[in-house]
Design a protein around this ligand. Structure first.
Ligand code: BES
Ligand code: MN
Ligand code: ZN
Length: 493
């Protein structure tokens, strides 16, 4: 993926598709049409038609007859008064989608100046929307040999000032793109490609490329640390577990690290409490939390942010077998607490429990965990909003602000102690399932038993991590959710 910035006007672009934008407001639209008609007379009939009205996400293609820039796409932004950063992302996405439909490889986007939005923010939004849309998980498709893909993005502007601002976001945008793409690829990879050992190998190789120190704790080490949650879930699997530690030191050596924990269940069958067959294949994405935690630290490192970040990933499959853990088992975690297994399909919280205990070792500034943790969260918030829970008001408010900026929406659910009743056990300190009601909250309350003395927040991405269809700039399948959110949190820390 190549991003470049050009301080030139429309007529000097060289690209398969050049995207320009217009508001819906009548006068503004008329002036854009007039300007384009005078520059590109061959498009006059198209422009004179009423086919394009500037409504958000609408678009029309103009054929110029010019070899070096055969198509101009005029893309609607909606009413000028209601323009937001998110509508710019969506407009960038429309440009990239339509360009891809013409098999374009190069796309040049007009970095227009927008009232009330800084040139850096608007440039970033346009290129972000375009790049994030341009994703397909097609590495296993062998029949479609003609694999032309958009690979070069240009932002152009006549204004020197805007060009300078746009230059300033290039590195950040490409870091973000790398992190999100890595997370999507990891999430979408099937279980016969990404299982604990290969997830660890990927962490090692991306770490090398990004100045991140990576340590892999193997089964022996996990046993010696007495990570009973991770080991119990792993019992049914022939593949050993791993615990991945990734450390990026962009801050001062004395700065406490910001720790990100990701659920790394590379496949969740449910174990002995087995899931129904329909849709079970989606559970190859049950390591999306891990994918986002790894994608985020890579993005933060590539953006060279001045902060210390540590990513922790406990990883195993959840399989049924003669050696699998079973309901009724009582297990002991790294921190000495015990849990009664009520349902082997509530496995994510068990591996996260040990990771949250292990996090204390880093004396963290704050800990955020991400997990495709509960079906209940999909029921409550669908694919649009991530569930947010936690113990620290300041950390939660940082997350909410980052969510507003990135439009990776979050909604807070309460951790009232009254819910604790639901996960009380008669035979152990706590029970791993609280039944049907408040499933997202009881899962988080379970995790709360294992946190250390640090500010903690939990993001349930069960709904937002896996998309059932293409939306504006999110593809079907693994969305990469959380990477942009965490990158933004780190940038504004
Ligand atoms: N990985 C699932 C949660 C999930 C469900 C993610 C659907 C994405 C889409 C998790 O391990 C799970 O199975 N949770 C159970 C917990 C229950 C047994 C207490 C659930 O939500 O049903
Ligand atoms: Mn499960
Ligand atoms: Zn799971």
């Amino acid at each position: 993926m190549k991003i470049s910035i050009l301080n030139t006007g429309l007529s000097s672009q060289k690209a398969d598709v050049v995207a320009v934008f217009s508001y819906e407001d009548e006068k503004l639209l008329a002036s854009v049409k007039k300007d384009l008609t005078s520059q590109f007379p061959s498009a006059s009939a198209t422009l004179q038609s009423e086919d394009f009205n500037g409504k958000a996400k609408s678009a029309i293609t103009l054929y110029t007859g010019i070899k070096s820039m055969p198509r101009i796409m005029l893309i609607g932004l909606g009413k000028k008064d209601s323009l937001t950063i998110e509508s710019l992302r969506k407009a960038g996405a429309v440009a990239a989608k339509r360009a891809a439909a013409c098999k374009a490889e190069t796309l040049s986007i007009h970095a227009m100046d927008c009232d009330g939005i800084s040139a850096a923010d608007s440039s970033l939004a346009l290129i972000e929307g375009a790049m994030l849309t341009n994703y397909r998980f097609d590495k296993y498709i062998t029949t479609d040999k003609e694999k032309k893909k958009l690979s070069t993005f240009t932002l152009f502007t006549e204004s020197k000032k805007t060009a300078a601002a746009a230059k300033g976001i290039v590195n950040y945008a490409s870091a973000m793109y790398e992190g999100v793409t890595l997370a999507r690829n990891l999430a979408n990879a099937p279980n016969n490609e990404i299982y604990p050992e290969t997830l660890a190998k990927t962490a090692l190789s991306v770490g090398k490329s990004a100045d991140i120190k990576v340590t892999i704790l193997d089964k022996k080490k996990i046993q010696s640390l007495k990570m009973g949650g991770l080991l119990a879930v792993n019992q049914g699997s022939v593949r050993p577990p791993v615990f991945i530690v990734m450390e990026y030191k962009g801050g001062k050596s004395t700065d406490k690290p910001f720790v990100i924990v990701g659920k790394g269940i590379t496949f969740d069958t449910g174990g002995i409490s087995i899931k129904p067959a329909g849709g079970m294949g989606d559970m190859k994405m049950d390591m999306h939390g891990a994918a986002s935690a790894i994608g985020a630290i890579v993005a933060i490192a590539k953006a060279k942010l001045p902060i210390n970040v540590t990513t922790l990933v406990p990883s195993t499959e959840n399989m049924p077998s003669g050696s699998a853990y079973v309901p009724g088992d009582i297990i002991t975690f790294m921190n000495g607490k015990t849990a009664e297994i009520d349902n082997t399909d509530a496995e994510g919280r068990l591996i996260l429990a040990d990771a949250l205990t292990y996090a204390s070792k880093f004396n963290p500034e704050a800990v955020i965990d991400l997990a495709t943790l509960t079906g209940a969260c999909v029921v409550a918030l669908g694919g649009v909003t991530t569930g947010l829970m936690g113990t620290d008001e300041l950390l939660k408010s940082r997350i909410k602000k980052a969510a507003e900026r990135t439009n990776e929406y979050v909604c807070e659910l309460p951790l009232y102690e009254e819910y604790e009743e639901l996960i009380k056990s008669d035979v152990a300190d706590v029970k791993n399932s609280g039944g049907r009601g408040a499933g997202t909250i009881t899962a988080a309350l379970f995790l709360k038993h294992f946190i250390g003395d640090y500010p903690w927040a939990h993001l349930d991405i069960a709904g937002t991590g896996m998309s059932t269809k293409d939306t504006d700039y999110m593809p079907k399948g693994g969305t990469g959710v959380g990477v942009r959110l965490l990158l933004d949190i780190a940038k504004n820390w």
